[in-house]
Design a protein around this ligand. Structure first.
Ligand SMILES: NC(=O)c1ccc[n+]([C@@H]2O[C@H](COP(=O)([O-])OP(=O)(O)OC[C@H]3O[C@@H](n4cnc5c(N)ncnc54)[C@H](OP(=O)(O)O)[C@@H]3O)[C@@H](O)[C@H]2O)c1
Length: 237
């Protein structure tokens, strides 16, 4: 993909959840390369400082919101922060997620399943409910839900089952949004060296670009309900 071969995102606002580090930070920087204004998000404002500093390299506007997506209060704080800041979101990049501790599948408690679903599924749905109707009204929106290509690892079932739920929710949402130019797709980033992916992962975190941006840069009324594998794409220049 060429660095500027596609439509600029100038004037658009993106919320990237979990953009204090890891994949979300790369996505935030990648969006800024396409002139997109970015709302950085993490559980605390302090955590967001590094990404905000990196974004200063780009001629874009930034905002920051903090909130634990595992709580209703945290989700409300994120929505309110957007309302008080840019006021609306054109691109919702649902990236933040948690992985459960490695544990025998027989011993995983309900609370562990609940935590994974609270952050990885229910918060993603709540943010979509908060921002998608405005996108429909304005006739433009891109929603990207980060999924996983994780193989069958029962010890991590709460995490992987939550991602399966994200996949199905994305398909249902695509049907709901058909014809609105609000496109909703998933991205499988590949196995990357981040805090979550660990030091033995296959790829450096920077390899999530440019693929992670492909479902953002789709043409109007382009594909929706699709799965994009970030590792399928490289910069062409
Ligand atoms: N790394 C991989 O190999 C891999 C593979 C497949 C899919 N993925 C997916 O890619 C996405 C990003 O993964 P990553 O590897 O970049 O993860 P990471 O390094 O662990 O970063 C997680 C991000 O999410 C935020 N976060 C964590 N818990 C949160 C909570 N309760 N509320 C709000 N924000 C929270 C963190 O912010 P703070 O800590 O600052 O609050 C941080 O910015 C996830 O959806 C993950 O499932 C990753």
């Amino acid at each position: 993909m060429g660095r500027k071969s596609v439509e600029s995102l100038a004037g658009r606002w993106a919320l990237v959840t979990g953009s204090t580090r890891g994949i979300g930070q790369q996505v935030a920087l990648g969006l800024a390369q396409f002139d997109c204004n970015v709302v950085v998000h993490g559980r605390t404002l302090k955590n967001a400082k590094e990404t905000l500093g990196l974004l200063r390299e780009y001629p874009v506007e930034t905002a920051v919101v903090a909130g634990d997506l595992g709580t209703e209060k945290g989700i409300r704080a994120v929505v309110r922060g957007v309302e008080r800041g840019p006021g609306h979101i054109d691109i919702l990049y649902n990236n933040a997620a948690i992985q459960n501790q490695w544990q025998s599948v027989w011993e995983i408690e309900r609370a562990t399943w609940q935590d994974a679903f609270d952050v990885n599924v229910f918060a993603l749905i709540a943010l979509t409910n908060a921002f998608a109707p405005g996108m429909v009204e304005r006739g433009y929106g891109r929603i990207i839900n980060v999924t996983s290509g994780i193989r069958d690892i029962p010890h991590l079932a709460p995490y992987s089952v939550s991602k399966a739920a994200v996949d199905k929710y994305t398909a249902d949402l695509a049907a709901e949004l058909e014809g609105t130019n609000v496109l909703v797709n998933t991205v499988d980033p590949g196995w990357l060296r981040t805090d979550m992916g660990g030091p033995n992962a296959d790829h450096d975190v920077t390899t999530v670009l440019p693929g992670a941006l492909v479902p953002v840069l789709l043409e109007d009324n382009g594909p929706s309900g699709e799965r994009f594998a970030a590792q399928d794409y490289t910069w062409s220049d």
